[in-house]
Design a protein around this ligand. Structure first.
Ligand SMILES: [Zn+2]
Length: 427
């Protein structure tokens, strides 16, 4: 560990960092539906306000999921320095995913055992939120005359798209260039990796149409499921292999995602499944509709319109080979890929801080899935943004999720050193 007062001060607050992480885990913020957002925002505000932060709760009225029962609350906390200057912003999502089966510890107990804090959201990403809070507090305490501003936001709904969270804040101008200069999102990408961005997403529903008929005379109907089967055969024969050929220069981890991918999320054709308590048999009917939901992940080298055209061309090819083939494609939602340049200021500062704390430079990675950087880039128009935080990504959303205490301490040291470099740690 480097001989540095900021790093020493973070180490001295290890117990405080653990306790803060436990307190955050003990506020169950399950999403959906979006439990206890106000409670956790009030908890964070009550901690930061006495330390000189201006705290602003912001409810995303009208956002998807927002209601009086489940209001989408966010918190933006800002600590001004001695004089105006750059602003470094830490953004963490407060929501956690469902608990699921397989736990051997209390998911909301915040158990500390063998240097790990356990609980739903410990890794993704209350450990990162706690690390950024401790880093900011240490920096402000040791450099009370710093220039610029430190901001910490705690935001809703990242797990469900971020529309009631970072997207809303970006629409309100929180990430406007000039107001915020550097953004660090402490998602669990591991303490020795800097995440520069993510691939793009296109979700769509594809429907094949047929004509209903008697199952004993299927030739008098037209099976939408068989039409979909032809689509699947074409995908297996040529579409999936073609996607695998599309390679990217983005350093996506795991490396298997350094190509275009498509997941068939679901397929439903014909009659609905019979209710489990129904003891009879299905009626013989030719299915007149089959619906498939696709999740296409694309690369920074690709263009969303072309991604859609390629899929449509594949459907047209099937259509040309089959009598009566009719289909629709309905867009569900889409996200553009994003990747911050490796020479961006925040990347340089965090790189040097990682070298200082860990003795070796970071690995630069790109996430296979998306996170809130998309909104900061597209809506906020702010490009100087990375994800950097403690926790092992593979543990996110798993049973017995945990975050390592040592990882949190070292990440907090990296964040504190980054603040000192970006805001001028003199005085
Ligand atoms: Zn997360």
């Amino acid at each position: 560990m480097p001989d540095n007062p900021l790093c020493d001060a973070v180490t001295a607050r290890t117990q405080e960092l653990i306790a803060l992480t436990q307190d955050l885990i003990r506020i169950p913020t399950l999403n959906p539906p979006g439990d206890n957002y106000l409670e956790i925002c009030e908890f964070i505000a009550a901690r930061l306000a006495p330390r000189g932060f201006d705290t602003k709760p912001m409810r995303a009225h009208g956002a998807p999921g927002d209601s009086d029962v489940y209001p989408r609350w966010n918190l933006v906390a800002r600590r001004e320095g001695r004089a105006a200057g750059a602003c470094v912003h830490f953004n963490s999502h407060i929501d956690v995913v469902e608990v699921g089966k397989g736990w051997t510890v209390d998911p909301f107990g915040g158990l500390l055992r063998d240097g790990r804090v356990y609980g739903r959201g410990s890794c993704d990403m209350k450990g990162g939120l706690a690390a950024s809070i401790i880093a900011a507090e240490v920096f402000v305490d040791l450099h009370p005359n710093f220039v610029g501003a430190v901001e910490i936001s705690a935001t809703a709904d990242e797990e469900t798209g971020g529309y009631g969270g970072v997207a809303y804040l970006a629409e309100q101008g929180i990430f406007a260039p000039g107001r915020v200069d550097h953004v660090i999102i402490p998602e669990p990408l591991n303490k020795d990796r800097i995440c520069l961005g993510h691939r793009g997403v296109w979700w769509a529903e594809v429907e094949t149409h047929g004509r209903v008929g008697h199952g004993a005379m299927p030739f008098l109907g037209d099976s939408a499921v068989r039409h979909m089967g032809a689509v699947l055969a074409e995908m297996e024969a040529r579409f999936f292999p073609a996607l695998a050929e599309k390679r990217t220069a983005m350093p996506v981890v795991p490396a298997g995602a350094r190509q275009s991918t498509l997941n068939i999320n679901s397929i439903h054709g014909g009659q609905d499944e019979l209710p489990p308590d129904f003891t009879g048999f299905p009626a013989p009917v030719v299915p007149d509709s089959c619906r498939m939901i696709i999740d296409r992940r694309f690369l920074i080298e690709e263009d969303l319109d072309t991604v859609k055209v390629e899929f449509t061309q594949m459907m047209e090819k099937v259509k040309a080979q089959r009598t009566g083939f009719r289909y629709d494609i309905r867009d569900m939602h889409q996200v553009q890929p994003t990747m911050t340049a490796q020479d961006a200021p925040v990347v340089g500062a965090v790189t040097r801080a990682v070298e200082n704390v860990l003795g070796a430079g970071p690995e630069y990675v790109v996430s296979p899935g998306t996170y809130d950087q998309k909104h900061i880039d597209r809506i906020g128009k702010l490009k100087n943004c990375i994800a950097y935080g403690p926790g092992i990504l593979d543990l996110a959303h798993q049973p017995d999720e945990w975050v390592g205490v040592q990882d949190m301490v070292q990440s907090a040291q990296v964040m504190a050193l980054s603040l000192a470099e970006l805001l001028g740690g003199q005085g």
